[in-house]
Design a protein around this ligand. Sequence first.
Ligand code: PLP
Length: 356
Amino acid sequence: MIATEKIMIEKTKNSRLGEVDFNHLPFGSIMSDHMLVSDYIDGEWGSSSIIPFGNIAMSPTMLALHYGQIVFEGMKAFKMKDGSISIFRVEKHYDRFCKSMERMCIPAMSFDHFNEALKTLIKLDAAWVPGTEGSSLYIRPFVFASEERFGVKVAEEYKFIIFSGPVGPYYSNPLKVKVEDKYRRAARGGTGSAKCAGNYGGAFYPSSLARKEGFDQVLWTDGSADLNIEESGTMNVMFMINDVFVTPPLSDSILDGVTRDSFITIAKDMGIKIEERKIGAPELISAHEKGILQEAFGTGTAAVVAPIQVINIKGKDYTLPTVKDSNVALKIKQRLLDIRLGNAPDKNNWNTIIKP
Ligand SMILES: *Cc1c(COP(=O)(O)O)cnc(C)c1O
């Protein structure tokens, strides 16, 4: 293993920390003081620099803007009860970042490069990790084709950036979702399992149509006659049927969610039965008719769990039992939060601890 290269740090002279109201944090508009930048040039990733958060200069010909080689991650850091900071599941996020990069033909980056960058940045901006209940520091690593020329080609230069920002608790009312039977988010052989920017752009139009019809988001399907469910908006999806959790199996059209994986691990640990298998509209309808469709919810880093109240299939609403604190999904969510905050043992070594 090569020795970790030194990270240059230029600290801000104008910290914005004092301007932030940590009790009222909007999602996605407050950025911490610093960001990390590193460039891929001449066939290798160069050393990283940490600089004050700010704009970056670019040419209108920058390849990412035209051909979409852009991959990102979304992860979180928490203030633990002893004041340390835990970053959740760094290895799993790194592995997914690499898979996404490979699918988008972006050159690989070593774990050391990613991990040292992340840890050094979060340690420097440790004061930005909120301590109020339910809040966290959202971390956004991303990489894009930075080469400047307009011919269609795989870029030879890339930029890797990590920035972060404090976010408050994510309250979502139980969702009303629609099984999308016209548009698809991802297809077999496509880029659905990569966390690439274009997947989001492509999902906006069908989602906005669903919103106009009064739904919060869509349940994406595989487009088959059975309308096998794949994901819920930008989250993975799970159902509880007759006391068993059912979630669609991973494929190249489903994103391998870190929250999904954590949920499955915790559920198994708690003795809850969980099945990774196909689940289509006919099964949801029949389970609902029998009264055994108990819970449905999305899982993702932003919300952890977003309970679903109503599922619309081919124009008909199927209403689930009212979401209560006793829902199994919410119990697992609590266990997950306890592990992150150091209130429950971290048996699987999910936390990377940073001492500020
Ligand atoms: C990021 C994402 C998820 C959730 O993944 P987490 O790692 O749990 O945040 C699910 N589906 C899609 C399409 C995503 O982009």
